[in-house]
Write a protein that binds this ligand. Structure first.
Ligand code: 5GP
Length: 125
């Protein structure tokens, strides 16, 4: 079910539980600001999710409330993941769903990193 991104942060969402170590994930990168792990239901040969460690519902929430250090750390983490995975030369796509119309399902900000094939048009018709 898509979530309403105007709702308060839910401490029991799946990614909060992954951050607390209560659920497993296939980690590809971690530092003080971000965690990156493989999506459980990949939509491309490579499908990684990058999440901030702080409690933010969406890109909107993060951009409004996160500190400059958190924002810089998270943005840099996305770049590090892409470079570490060798994605700059072949190319990759970033996507961050926010709220109902985008069909955001997990109410903790996440950036999808898709790669490994020609990714086609930006949006489904
Ligand atoms: P959204 O639709 O919110 O942008 O994307 C949520 C993503 O989280 C989906 O691609 C979904 O496959 C992924 N996901 C949901 N639950 C889990 C989980 O428990 N572990 C991992 N690694 N990914 C998950």
């Amino acid at each position: 079910m898509p979530i309403d991104a105007t709702q308060p942060y839910d401490d029991n969402n799946i990614f909060a539980r992954i951050l607390r170590g209560e659920l497993p994930s296939k980690t590809v990168f971690e530092d003080e600001f971000a965690l990156a792990f493989h999506d459980i239901n990949p939509q491309a040969p490579l499908h990684i999710l990058v999440i901030p460690k702080g409690a933010y519902v969406s890109w909107d929430d993060f951009s409004a409330r996160a500190s400059d250090a958190e924002i810089a750390g998270f943005i840099r983490a996305v770049g590090i993941v892409a470079r570490d995975q060798g994605l700059v030369a072949p190319g990759y796509r970033l996507l961050a769903n926010t709220g109902l119309d985008s069909h955001q399902e997990v109410p903790h900000l996440h950036v999808h990193v898709f790669a490994g094939r020609k990714l086609g048009p930006l949006l489904a018709p």
